[in-house]
Design a protein around this ligand. Structure first.
Ligand code: PMP
Length: 355
């Protein structure tokens, strides 16, 4: 298989893929495929319950938090958040740290008032916003912990009484944190968790117990939690593959995962910093451990480098279509050896130019 540095849908551990492939043919000896498993069966309930337990264990949270699975990706969460929590006339604070943060903000006006608590748009999102202004009466503060497109990450989270809702899409389960400081976190699966098609929401029961307006069951955190994510036909397969990955992550433990992620990022950034050909994009104090974004001194060679990488078994390093350049996503499934291989190939390309 190629080494896949794509930002999402992204690489999954080989053992997860192998177990998923087996379950497609025969789910745990049941004689049916996981693709045909009834969403209201005891077997699927067991999958949901185990996934919930592993999620809370990994994040160090107790059962004052709900674990809910939604379809509709990040975009649906962007809409549901103000829909559920922001009444007309009320204010929500948002940190504008990148494209997805701004996309989340763009939904607020349909429900209430938007307060931009900080923005790094003027510096092209090269860092996370450093100066914040969070109104005390804001109903919630929304932030994006890792900005997939710009390769920046939040290392200091605001100290505020305002409930924090955080988009952890491109870094969930990548590091240890005090997750209890968040009222709600969410992550699309296709980056660091499982296949596309499902989004994991972890929310304080207390925070989601009320919605500010009448909503369809499928759009209500409260009802989806009460019905164990089973308002409609749940996406059984993406949830199952996420569970396989959760088992893999749990067997490693978050401390070990964090250590490896540190090492991988350090390896690649050190290589970039020592090269006069490759240049990191993000400010050093905001550099993401997950998405390493860089440019080359001779942009006319971008296509050539991409092709060179492909011919050396490396794929998915093109930057986002809005920024150009390059991006290597070092999610949990990427090993240190694979990052070493990427460095080797980048170095060989640079050496070839000098020769
Ligand atoms: N949030 C973040 C941090 C992202 O990187 C993305 C990109 N996929 C999204 C949200 C949007 O997710 P989706 O495409 O599932 O709507």
């Amino acid at each position: 298989m190629k080494i896949n540095f794509n930002a999402g849908p992204a690489a999954l551990p080989r053992e997860v893929l192998a177990a998923a492939a087996e379950a497609i043919m025969d789910y745990e000896g049941s004689g049916i495929s996981i693709l045909s498993l009834a969403h209201r069966s005891a077997a699927f309930e067991a999958i949901l319950n185990e996934a919930k337990k592993l999620t809370l264990d990994l994040l160090g949270l107790d059962d004052s938090y709900e674990v809910i699975w939604f379809q509709g990706g990040g975009r649906l969460q962007f809409e549901m958040i103000p829909m559920n929590f922001l009444a007309e006339g009320e204010t929500a604070a948002y940190i504008d740290s990148g494209h997805w943060a701004a996309d989340a903000m763009s939904n607020v006006a349909r429900y209430g008032k938007l307060h931009v608590a900080g923005s790094s748009a003027v510096i092209n999102y090269r860092s996370v916003p450093r100066i914040l202004d969070i109104p005390q009466d804001a109903k919630y503060l929304h932030l994006t912990s890792n900005n997939t497109i710009y390769g920046t990450q939040c290392f200091d989270f605001p100290n505020t009484e305002v409930p924090i809702i955080a988009d952890f899409s491109s870094e969930l389960f990548s590091r240890r944190l005090d997750y209890s400081k968040f009222s709600m976190i969410y992550a699309v699966a296709q980056k660091n968790l499982g296949p596309a098609g499902v989004t994991l929401v972890v929310a304080k029961k207390d925070f989601i117990k009320n919605t500010v307006r009448p909503l369809a069951d499928i759009l209500s955190y409260k009802v989806m939690a009460a019905k164990n994510s089973l308002v409609n036909t749940a996406p059984v397969f993406p949830i199952y593959v996420s569970l396989l990955n959760l088992r893999y992550l749990a067997s490693k433990g978050l401390a070990q995962i964090e250590l490896e992620n540190e090492e991988k990022a350090q390896l690649l950034y050190a290589f970039i910093d020592n090269s006069s050909f490759y240049r990191g994009i993000a400010d050093k104090d905001s550099r993401s451990k997950m998405n390493v974004c860089f440019t080359i001194a001779r942009p006319e060679l971008e296509a050539e480098l991409l092709q060179f990488a492909e011919s050396h078994n490396i794929t998915g390093i093109a930057g986002h279509r809005s920024t150009g350049g390059f991006r290597a996503s070092l999610y949990n499934a990427i090993s240190i050896e694979e990052v070493q291989e990427l460095v080797k190939v980048l170095a060989a390309f640079e050496a070839g130019l000098k020769a």
